[in-house]
Write a protein that binds this ligand. Structure first.
Ligand code: ADP
Ligand code: MG
Length: 350
């Protein structure tokens, strides 16, 4: 082996298993995870609550020992190395700031523990606070900050240690929607500027699609699919992924046979479907299926229509409200319609 920093991906997980408890109360939190995370990548662990995301993150950080399997960081095996000896930092959902310390002291804390000299650690903490645009807030206490500002302090406190890898466990979960969307953009900008490897945990599919270079979809302690946001969204590999990331829109085998003339379970995304009157012919490259509008869900910018197809599937159609009002779309409930979509937009799920 030569320079260990160049011999492997930033993070390599092999056969990772974690069980908690003993006997009948035993829980398998992580049931065999293999994953390579590239240097400088923004990788998101996405999945429902209880699917094992936090446990994987805690094993990478060194807070939990794997029951089986190995963890490498930049080519170095660290499976049994304690947290402080790993080149990673963690930002938790609740930020875990010290309430009695000033913002600056909070950010300096890790450097103080490591014995970095006072002038040096002050300089680096001020830099880190500038980096998250909180340069003027150093003297405040965490209690005097907004949720978004506290989140950025937590980020500065991790970045000040200049780790190669930053682990973030639902760091935006405590913020309201508007602030969360702002922070999503901001986090992404910071990650690009600093060039760090981010492993980001969320249960929010939209957050994952917006921020990630790649997404690993978790289900019952396993990774169900790994891919870019577009791959995960446009080509989900299983019914679970299709349903968790977006609306599943399943055509089960009987309906798929009738509508598409194909075997297996198929799907098409709601925004790819056009809803027209039954008289309108399909284009040469389009599928066509007739049905009845069962539900109308008006959501301001768009409306979702649930359509019961004669062939025996219920599909969701998403339409932008370009020319229609809430009154107009409501009158469509119970009417006969035709759904059209391009063949290239349908995909198989099994
Ligand atoms: P997620 O972060 O995806 O919500 P977790 O990794 O926190 O999931 O949990 C996965 C499973 O492991 C859950 O069933 C959870 O209850 C269980 N679990 C996690 N930590 C412990 C623990 N310390 N002791 C017992 N069970 C745990
Ligand atoms: Mg969790």
């Amino acid at each position: 082996m030569t320079d260990p920093a160049t011999t492997g991906p930033a993070i390599r997980l092999r056969g990772l298993v974690k069980t908690f408890g003993v006997g009948t109360s035993q829980v398998t939190a992580v049931a065999g995870v293999d994953l390579d995370i590239v240097d400088g990548e923004f990788l998101t662990l996405l999945g429902p609550s209880g699917s094992g995301k936090t446990t994987v993150l805690r094993m990478i950080a060194g807070f939990e020992l794997p029951t089986e399997g190995t963890i490498e960081l930049a080519g170095r095996e660290v499976t049994r190395v304690p947290p402080f000896d790993r080149d990673v930092n963690t930002v938790f959902q609740d930020y875990a700031l010290f309430p009695h310390m000033s913002v600056l002291q909070n950010v300096e804390y890790g450097l103080r523990v490591k014995g970095v000299a006072k002038a040096e650690r002050r300089r680096r903490a001020v830099d880190a606070l500038d980096g998250v645009r909180l340069g003027d807030y150093g003297q405040r206490k965490p209690g005097q900050l907004s949720g978004g500002q506290r989140q950025r302090v937590a980020l500065a406190r991790a970045l000040v240690n200049r780790p190669r890898v930053l682990l973030l466990d639902e760091p935006l979960g405590a913020l309201d929607l508007k602030l969360r969307e702002e922070m999503q953009v901001e986090l992404k900008v910071i990650q690009r500027q600093v060039g760090l490897t981010f492993v980001f945990v969320t249960h929010d599919q939209e957050e994952a699609l917006t921020m990630s270079d790649r997404i690993a979809v978790f289900h019952d302690g396993r990774i169900e699919q790994v891919g870019t946001p577009a791959e995960i969204y446009e080509r989900p590999s299983s019914p679970f992924v299709a349903g968790f990331v977006g609306t599943s829109n399943l055509m089960k085998p009987a309906a798929a046979q009738a509508i598409l003339g194909r075997k297996g379970t198929w799907s098409v995304r709601p925004e790819k479907v056009r809803m027209v009157s039954e008289e309108e012919p399909a284009g040469a490259d389009e599928r066509s299926a007739d049905g009845t509008v069962a539900e109308v869900v008006y959501a301001g910018a768009a409306t979702r229509f649930l359509v019961d197809l004669d062939a025996g599937a219920r599909l969701t159609v998403l339409q932008q409200n370009l020319h229609t009002s809430s009154m107009q779309v409501q009158t469509l409930r119970g009417t006969r319609v035709r759904l059209l979509w391009r063949r290239e937009h349908e995909f198989q799920l099994d």
